[in-house]
Design a binder for this molecule. Structure first.
Ligand SMILES: Cc1ncc(COP(=O)(O)O)c(C=O)c1O
Length: 572
């Protein structure tokens, strides 16, 4: 063990374990119960504190002789790296709206704007351009779940060589298509990156190809380090910290080496997801740790074992680590969208998610913080999930189960109590003669409101349980409220289109005859033009005419579904 190995490990942000944190944001479109206007965001944060307060950050770590040596060795490699035959110098842009909201200067290094929508082509090209001519003639091979593959394919196209790319069969279609469109030969093999990697290693031997590692190679690391060359040139003023997503560690190794060689006072902070934190665990234990499983949401950083070289660099040069959860990443994707109208992939948004957490943890004001927005290869069908979870990541939606008496008018009373709050979800199915369990989602500005809402409901006799952090509620139960009920006699079912505007539900409830009971309600704000709502109403036979009149005067478009065969299969 050398002297550097006896040092304390880097500080690890405790916020990492606690999950996301975000300041209040303007409310999104949702189902308003009554006329109200979204409140403006916190006025105290609408002007930048302009660096008046000193950031209260722990100082950047003191480099050991070993760390200095590593940084200096890589400095030369990085400065002589060749990437601009394929890569472009990406802008460093202020994230104005996010900066205002978090009270710090947030800058985005827009690596999502590379020709293959991630930084990965820098490392791949630098590796390949340094290969001897015979090796290039035989061709290269890589294993990748996506972005590295595109980098290799583009580099191969530019260098006119063969590129065989082994991808797990689970790779999103978007990424397979992109590699093929660049002329890469794709071979789908195995369920995970490790399977693809093993297979690629065999093929490499059999076919005499050169393996282009996605992160654990000095030339790849040096290529990724050119991101930092641009960054320091683009912003010559003070930088408090640069936040870098970590998968296998190639990007952060290159970035940290360059920054620590030239501006050691700039903190380099690694970001990982809670379910894929191999580098953090390895640094903590002082040896490379293989994770048994990794979460795939941030597929770009889903790596079970970091590189030997990247571990050697990161443990010497990275100042701190932040671990973020899925909801925080989704919120960060939205933050970047609001500022740039671009959509990052999850790995690409880790840095931004970490900045928000770090700012909250250290109560930072006026600091200059850079996130490398390192990728935008997002599968379109993921957007629905991202949009949904962003609300939780921003702490903008609270979920409750509220128990109300199973009696006429109590649903309306509940809605009245919620008052001007915008309801994002309402799910209910009659199931008990005495008590009704209503699943309610409510838009909030900040977390403290959850408690206040619950207290108000409790005060009026509605037992309330907070489900905001309950995965079972968020992932499953919300979709399962329904089913058959013995109590649903004389029930008619209607699909209504309610206008997504204040007062729409209250108007509906107010117009209903007190003798009619709501036996089913299913609404989720989908950000659509209209609220699509399924309602079951128990209407006594003799009230048919009055009910028709109610529908006519309400004038909300509807389709009666009582006769739909699905109703007898699932609901009655
Ligand atoms: C978008 C994106 N971000 C971050 C990473 C992590 O990079 P590294 O493996 O060099 O740590 C990757 C890796 O492929 C990526 O594609």
């Amino acid at each position: 063990m050398d002297s550097s190995e006896k040092r304390c490990p880097p500080i690890v942000s405790s916020t990492s374990i606690n999950g996301g944190f975000g300041p209040g944001l303007p409310r999104s479109r949702a189902f308003f119960l009554r006329g109200d206007n979204p409140r403006p965001s916190n006025p105290r944060l609408t002007t930048m504190p302009a660096g008046k307060k000193e950031p209260v950050l722990p100082p950047a770590r003191e480099l050991t002789p070993k760390g200095r040596r590593i940084a200096n060795d890589y400095l030369r490699r990085i400065l002589t790296a060749s990437v601009y035959d394929v890569a472009r110098e990406t802008p460093l842009e202020p994230a104005r709206s996010l900066s205002r909201r978090v009270g710090n200067h947030v800058l985005l290094k827009r690596e999502d704007q590379q020709p293959v929508f991630s930084f990965k082509l820098r490392g791949a090209y630098n590796k390949m351009v340094h290969l001897p001519a015979e090796a290039l003639q035989r061709g290269v091979i890589c294993a990748s779940a996506g972005n590295h593959a595109q980098g290799v394919a583009l580099a191969a196209k530019r260098l006119n060589c063969r590129a065989l790319v082994v991808m797990p069969v689970t790779t999103p279609r978007l990424k397979v298509d992109a590699v093929q469109a660049l002329g890469g030969e794709v071979l789908l093999h195995g369920d995970s990156y490790s399977d693809a990697y093993t297979h690629a290693a065999q093929l490499q031997q059999q076919q005499g190809l050169t393996f282009v590692h996605p992160f654990d190679d000095p030339d790849v690391i040096a290529g990724q380090g050119t991101v930092a060359v641009e960054l320091l040139r683009q912003h010559e003023g003070p930088i408090d910290a640069v936040f870098v997503a970590i998968g296998g560690g190639g990007l952060i190794s290159g970035v940290a080496a360059y920054i620590k060689a030239l501006r050691p006072e700039v903190r380099v902070i690694g970001v990982q997801t809670a379910d894929s934190d191999a580098m953090l665990q390895s640094v903590r234990r002082g040896r490379r740790v293989t994770l048994s499983d990794v979460g795939l949401f941030s597929d770009g950083t889903a790596v079970k074992l970091v590189g030997a070289e990247t571990f050697r660099i990161a443990r010497e040069l990275v100042d701190d680590y932040v671990v973020v959860d899925t909801d925080a990443v989704c919120a960060a994707i939205k933050d970047v969208f609001q500022d740039t109208r671009s959509i990052l992939e999850p790995a690409g948004a880790l840095g931004v998610a970490a900045i928000k957490q770090y700012v909250a943890q250290h109560k930072l004001k006026g600091a200059t913080l850079v996130a490398i927005t390192c990728g935008a290869n997002m599968n379109f069908d993921r957007l629905r999930f991202v949009a949904e979870r962003a609300e939780f990541g921003e702490q903008r939606e609270a979920l409750f189960v509220v128990t109300i008496p199973e009696e006429r008018g109590s649903f309306k009373r509940l809605c009245e109590l919620l008052g001007s709050r915008s309801v994002t979800e309402f799910n209910y199915r009659i199931s008990d003669p005495q008590a009704a369990q209503v699943f309610v989602g409510i838009a909030i500005q900040r977390r403290e409101e959850i408690e206040r809402i619950a207290r108000t409901l409790e005060k009026h006799g509605f037992a309330t349980v907070d489900l905001t952090d309950d995965e079972l509620a968020k992932e499953h139960v919300r979709h399962m409220v329904g089913g058959r009920s013995e109590l649903a006699r004389e029930e008619r079912l209607f699909r209504f289109q309610f206008p997504e505007r204040p007062g729409a539900l209250m108007r509906f409830l107010a117009a209903m005859h007190p003798g009619w009971n709501i036996s089913l309600f299913n609404y989720r704000n989908q950000g659509a033009d209209y609220g699509r709502i399924l309602v079951g109403i128990q209407v006594p036979r003799g009230d048919g005419k009055a009910f028709d009149e109610f529908l006519r005067t309400l004038a909300y478009p509807f389709i009666e579904e009582t006769g739909n065969p699905l109703v007898s299969r699932f609901l009655q």
